[in-house]
Ligand binder design. Structure first.
Ligand SMILES: NC(=O)c1ccc[n+]([C@@H]2O[C@H](COP(=O)([O-])OP(=O)(O)OC[C@H]3O[C@@H](n4cnc5c(N)ncnc54)[C@H](O)[C@@H]3O)[C@@H](O)[C@H]2O)c1
Length: 256
């Protein structure tokens, strides 16, 4: 298929993991893709690899908490327009609600929630001016609607992203901009590696989530399995879904 031929996409946090998989799907579907990620990330190498594979890609070194306008401007300057934004950049670190200094606690909220807001606003102002609609896809999480210890920063930020999704979907519907989110469960990315250990390979994870099938499909997702859903929501084939959070978790959140 060539669903995204002629479209221009900006994907934040696309140097690796889910963001990179999204960029790969977009390239396969014919879009030009701006990969935005932090200075010092693998973004340039990722863009080069996708270009070698035949994609039209470029890299902008930018922090979603500070450079939202700059990354959107770089995309328009390089590819001439902007049709799709994927707010994917995110961080996780355990944060005890009683003892974590507030500034540290806020860092995850700043990247996940405020970053998504700043990038959405910068992108939508271009989409509105173009007058041809657009697609915004936020990468949320099942954490948006589940509780977990050491996660009040991350989970509330993801919950806010889903609420932002609904509000912007209503506000920007008159402009033909569809806003949705994708909520993964466990995904096999570098984010799963904590202190050098892949948490999906620990005996506890294997026993509880895999052998006892707390995840009914009994495995974490591959990044491509999330990216395919993003690819649909970003495409012109998606015409009547907006303000929704699509859960892609192998059934994790329907079990108890
Ligand atoms: N891996 C999972 O199990 C999982 C599950 C649910 C949701 N998610 C979400 O999916 C998204 C992607 O996660 P991933 O698993 O691919 O993680 P990852 O750590 O592999 O990739 C995240 C990328 O975001 C970039 N990034 C971080 N802060 C940034 C900033 N301020 N500005 C620009 N880029 C920044 C990082 O450099 C990195 O390249 C995140 O929003 C994450 O919360 C992941």
């Amino acid at each position: 298929m060539n669903d995204l031929g002629g479209k221009v996409a900006l994907v934040t946090g696309a140097a690796r993991g889910i963001g990179r998989a999204v960029a790969e799907v977009f390239v396969r579907e014919g879009a030009a893709v701006m990969i935005a990620d932090l200075p010092g990330s693998d973004g340039a190498a990722t863009a080069a690899a996708l270009s070698r594979a035949g994609g039209q890609t470029a890299f902008v070194a930018a922090d979603v908490t500070q450079d939202a306008d700059g990354m959107v401007a770089a995309t328009v300057e390089r590819f001439g327009r902007l049709d799709i934004l994927v707010n994917n950049a995110g961080v996780f670190y355990p944060a005890d609600a009683l003892t974590t200094p507030f500034e540290r606690w806020l860092q995850a909220v700043d990247v996940i929630y405020y970053g998504a807001f700043h990038c959405s606003r910068a992108a939508a102002s271009v989409m509105v001016a173009q007058g041809q609609g657009g697609r915004i896809v936020n990468i949320s999480s099942v954490n948006a609607f589940l509780g977990a210890a050491q996660s009040s920063h991350y989970n509330t930020a993801k919950g806010a992203v889903d609420q932002l999704t609904r509000c912007l979907a209503v506000e920007w519907a008159p402009h033909g901009i569809l806003v949705n989110s994708v909520a993964p469960g466990f995904v096999e990315t570098p984010m799963a590696i904590v202190d050098g250990v892949n948490e999906h390979e620990t005996p506890d994870f294997q026993e509880f989530y895999v052998r006892r099938r707390r995840i009914p499909l009994a495995r974490p997702a591959q990044p491509a399995e999330i990216a395919e859903v993003v690819g649909f929501l970003a495409s012109p084939r998606c015409t009547y879904i907006t303000g929704q959070s699509i859960v892609v978790d192998g059934g994790l959140s329907i079990t108890f």
